[in-house]
Write a new protein. Sequence first.
Length: 94
Amino acid sequence: MVRLIPESPDFQDDSERVAWMALRASLNDDHALLHGVRFTDAEAGEVEIDLLVLFPDVGAAVIEVNLDSTSYSASVDVSLQGPCGELLPALLAS
């Protein structure tokens, strides 16, 4: 079973719970599913990630859950030192 952090989250709304349950059912033992990850970024300030999925040897998926819509955005490879200049991942999560 996927590693859950925390094991029993306190969801802000039902849509977060639905997304959590769907991810929990579809991920495997190598993955970690985190809820409500908070941190402070120099540019973005206080940031909370609704859902964060960690994939070993691959990376992470930051998931923002909204009440009114369901949509999918294709994954993007982010290079902080690449030719496209500086990109702050915290801004993507805020």
